[in-house]
Design a protein around this ligand. Structure first.
Ligand SMILES: [Zn+2]
Length: 258
């Protein structure tokens, strides 16, 4: 099975002690590409170090995570814009909104998101969106920002079928991760009604490990469990899920479909 992990923080310090072995297991598991979402200015060096070490596998994005939009966000965005102007990145990410951790910060999060959506439009890049307890708010922001050129992924989608349909209508894909394997994850009410052409797979490693690894450190090597589960929901093989979601991911990130 050849799979693409559209969202993994493989540069996380949680892999510092054994990253070489983890990368070997990832390759053995058939993972062909890992798209790495950036978090803040502190993670850039670590992420680019992974790219230079495992460049055939690990592809970086650039962006400021909504949970890290603080007083200094304009300085952080200035640094990131400099990076985006100096070399190629696969996407602007991870960006978005988060009303779970901090509700007082929402105006600032929206401002940072608007700025970064502007970069994506100007550069023709997809965006990778994080939204937690803020799917409706994020959909509304995107509906207003959409000029026909914005596209991307709602990463770690856990919403309703109605929200999923709105996202598809907006021209975005759903990022399906470990939550699909959780008993009360709710995605069995969504995935069977959303075409495979609108899905990509992800782990969000080191977080949100799928069943049967739930609670452990997550790794892209667990991605086949997610493909299996999505296949079960759609009554198709994991192989078909892998092939189609891989091609969706490569098309989105504008790589030649090999
Ligand atoms: Zn993430």
């Amino acid at each position: 099975m050849n799979l693409i992990d559209t969202h993994a923080h493989i540069y996380s310090a949680k892999f510092d002690s054994d990253r070489d072995e983890v990368i070997e297991e990832i390759r053995q598991a058939g993972i062909e590409r890992i798209y790495m979402p950036n978090v803040d200015v502190e993670t850039i060096d670590r992420m680019l170090e992974c790219e230079s070490r495992y460049g055939d596998l690990c592809v970086p994005m650039m962006g400021l995570h909504p949970c890290d939009v603080k007083e200094d966000f304009e300085q952080q965005l200035y640094v990131m814009e400099g990076w985006l102007n100096s070399r190629e990145f696969a996407a602007v990410g991870e960006i978005g909104t988060d009303l779970y951790w901090d509700k007082t910060n929402f105006d600032r999060q929206k401002e940072a998101l608007q700025i970064q959506l502007g970069w994506a439009k100007a550069k023709g890049l997809p965006v990778v969106l994080h939204c937690r307890e803020s799917i409706d708010e994020t959909i509304e922001l995107l509906e207003n920002a959409q000029n026909g050129s914005l596209t991307g992924i709602f990463h770690c989608f856990t919403g309703s079928l109605e929200q999923a349909n709105k996202i598809v209508k907006l021209g975005f894909l759903l990022g399906i991760g470990g939550v699909a394997t959780y008993k009360n994850g709710g995605l069995d009410q969504v995935i069977p009604f959303i075409g495979l052409e609108n899905l990509v797979l992800e782990t969000d490693a080191p977080y949100l490990a799928p069943v049967p690894y739930r609670g452990k450190r997550n790794t892209p090597a667990y991605l086949p469990s997610i493909a299996e589960r999505v296949g079960d929901m759609l009554h198709i093989s994991a192989e078909i899920v892998a092939t189609k979601t891989k091609s969706n991911a490569l098309n989105l990130f504008k790589e030649i479909n090999s």
